[in-house]
Design a protein around this ligand. Structure first.
Ligand SMILES: Cc1cc2nc3c(=O)[nH]c(=O)nc-3n(C[C@H](O)[C@H](O)[C@H](O)COP(=O)(O)OP(=O)(O)OC[C@H]3O[C@@H](n4cnc5c(N)ncnc54)[C@H](O)[C@@H]3O)c2cc1C
Length: 550
């Protein structure tokens, strides 16, 4: 039986339930914008947490890297204590997958202009926790939230247990960052089933595993010396219905995971270490070999069923909000988890700041909630029903590059231009955003159909994306500092380019399809015209049947 603390209630402007990645980074961002606000973070684990074998969510892409590095100002820690990431890298199936040099590879040989990082989550959360304390945030570890009372008028009440005593904090805002515990989602009955049914298992080894050592073929090794070795990438080993990740951590460990859509590979076939090893022996023998060799330094093993999670609402005018996995999570394939933390935190900080500085926030909460969900469902289409083509070396490289360009043209572009909370921007671009949504959905359907006609085609070779001008330039453009007029014209260019690309890909697919838009002409500012020819050129040695457009 818990004793209730004898003291009067604590008061806070913002109380954060859960001090993981989302909660701690939200608190730091909130402090930046509101130097005098009283912010309380309640985290049930004891700090410092262990390094390496702690949580998944290690690979970041451009938005998250920008959010942690620039928006929160953590670049120095990241550069000194974490690892740079040589982008995402993909290996497609070849034979029995026992020779990596025979597999079609898509990845870069140089770092992209916009950085991304591999984060050791334990090390990172320890740093964030210390920073919270340094900046006057009341960060309480070993504080377990027991109940939340959300009140439409007046303060919210959060009961938590600390040192065997039950305490209450009375708070104007409550932000749920409790991860899978999902306090507010359960309390307010906001659960929603996700139609994307996929599972994962992961484990870490206390050794650095370098895939660069998997072949002594000098041609295969060329261009990947020193800091551009392949092991710096988030490596994806692809097959029908699945992918396997390999991520290096700065603490010297290596993270490995199997992710698969349930209808292709049941979780019951890889939900223990022994079963995962047997599964790898069958589908990814080179991964299996290093797992066997490193089994004596295995650090952990976890599995999660149906990781995709949804929520009816994440921001409310009644002064509550949800961030991180406590709300939505679609899929780890392109490492978007931390991006969506950046989006949610940015919207939430703006709402709290508006309220505490006497500005309107209720209508904003409604509209941010809608925008966030649009971004989520727009991105979900890149994963849902797409695992069937993960082993297809003809379609998948094109899809991956398409998905990159969509990301850099819309959500990545808006966020990195600092315009996430600009309502007029959305209103002005409403038509363009709708068109982008239509084009993207059309393309995701097309990839599935294209897959049906090409699934048996094999491929080998390498697609070096760092030498593709459109990829490098679109990535570089994310760093541009644009004035308002330039921003809107770039947005229009992005849409124009995507439509052009879509029409080229549709032609190359050889499918009989009707485009949902009029094919645009080329503008001088477009990067597109040659882009996909390069990609098709790269796939041609793979003897794909795609023909070049004249
Ligand atoms: C298989 C898989 C792979 C992934 N890979 C990536 C990736 O490579 N890159 C990426 O960006 N994202 C990835 N993600 C997503 C990533 O894991 C999440 O984005 C991120 O970890 C979510 O952080 P969070 O703070 O919301 O949750 P968590 O990190 O889980 O934090 C929640 C915190 O709440 C605390 N808590 C829970 N209950 C209570 C309570 N009652 N009282 C007090 N505290 C409580 C917990 O102790 C915890 O610290 C992956 C997800 C999955 C499923």
């Amino acid at each position: 039986m818990l004793r209730r603390a004898n003291q009067s209630k604590n008061q806070s402007d913002v109380t954060v339930l859960g001090g993981g990645l989302a909660g701690l980074s939200f608190a730091i961002q909130c402090r930046q914008q509101l130097p005098d606000a009283k912010i309380t973070v309640l985290e049930k684990r004891e700090h410092p947490v262990p390094e390496a074998a702690f949580k998944v969510g290690e690979s970041t892409v451009e938005v998250a890297a920008h959010y942690f590095g620039s928006v929160l100002g953590l670049r120095q820690h990241i550069l000194e204590e974490q690892l740079p990431k040589l982008g995402l890298r993909f290996f497609f199936p070849a034979g029995d997958n026992s020779r990596i040099e025979d597999r079609l590879e898509l990845g870069g040989k140089r770092y992209a202009p916009c950085p991304s990082y591999q984060l050791d989550r334990g090390r990172f959360e320890n740093y964030l926790g210390d920073l919270c304390l340094e900046r006057g945030i009341q960060f309480l570890d070993q504080a377990t939230v027991r109940d939340v009372e959300v009140n439409r008028f007046g303060s919210h009440m959060v009961d938590y247990e600390l040192n065997g005593e039950l305490q209450t904090v009375e708070s104007r805002w409550v932000v749920d960052a409790s991860g899978r515990r999902a306090f507010l989602k359960r309390k307010l009955d906001l659960q929603m089933p996700s139609e994307h049914v996929a599972n994962a298992a992961w484990f870490r080894f206390g050794n650095r595993i370098k895939i660069d050592d998997w072949s002594d073929d000098s041609g295969w090794q060329a261009g990947h010396e020193g800091k551009t070795a392949r092991w710096y990438s988030t490596n994806h080993f692809m097959g029908e219905g699945y992918w396997v990740w390999m991520i290096p951590l700065s603490s010297g460990s290596t993270s490995m995971g199997i992710v698969a859509e349930e209808k292709f590979h049941s979780l019951s076939n890889f939900n223990s270490f022994d079963k995962a090893l047997a599964w790898l022996e069958k589908f990814e023998p080179q991964c299996a070999r290093v797992v066997r060799e490193n089994a004596d330094c295995l650090q952990d093993f976890r599995a999660i069923k149906r990781y995709s999670t949804e929520c009816k609402q994440v921001f409310s005018g009644n002064r509550w909000g949800i961030t991180g996995e406590a709300g939505f999570f679609h899929d780890p394939f392109y490492s978007p988890g931390s991006d969506f933390i950046a989006f949610a935190n940015t919207f939430l900080c703006d709402l709290v700041r508006r309220d505490l500085t006497g500005r309107g926030y209720r209508i904003r909460a409604f509209s941010y909630d809608r925008i966030f969900k649009r971004f989520y469902y727009g991105t979900l289409s890149a994963y849902q029903n797409q695992y069937q083509l993960f082993g297809n070396p003809t379609v998948m490289p094109v899809k991956i590059l398409w998905d990159y360009l969509v990301y850099w043209s819309i959500t990545g572009f808006i966020f990195m231009q600092g315009r996430m909370c600009e309502q007029t921007m959305y209103l002005r671009n409403l038509k363009a955003l709708k068109r982008l949504g239509t084009v993207n959905h059309f393309m995701q359907d097309l990839f599935q159909r294209w897959h049906q006609s090409t699934s048996q085609i094999k491929a080998t070779g390498s697609i070096n994306i760092s030498e593709m001008p459109v990829i490098r330039q679109m990535n570089q453009r994310l760093k541009d500092k644009l004035e308002s007029g330039e921003f809107f014209s770039r947005f229009a260019t992005n849409l124009h380019q995507l439509e052009l690309l879509a029409s080229e890909i549709a032609t190359e697919s050889g499918l009989d399809v009707e485009l949902p838009f009029a094919v645009p002409g080329h503008d001088n500012d477009d990067l597109v015209p040659d882009a996909f020819h390069e990609i098709f050129d790269s796939i041609i040695p793979a003897k794909s049947p795609v023909k070049m457009v004249s």
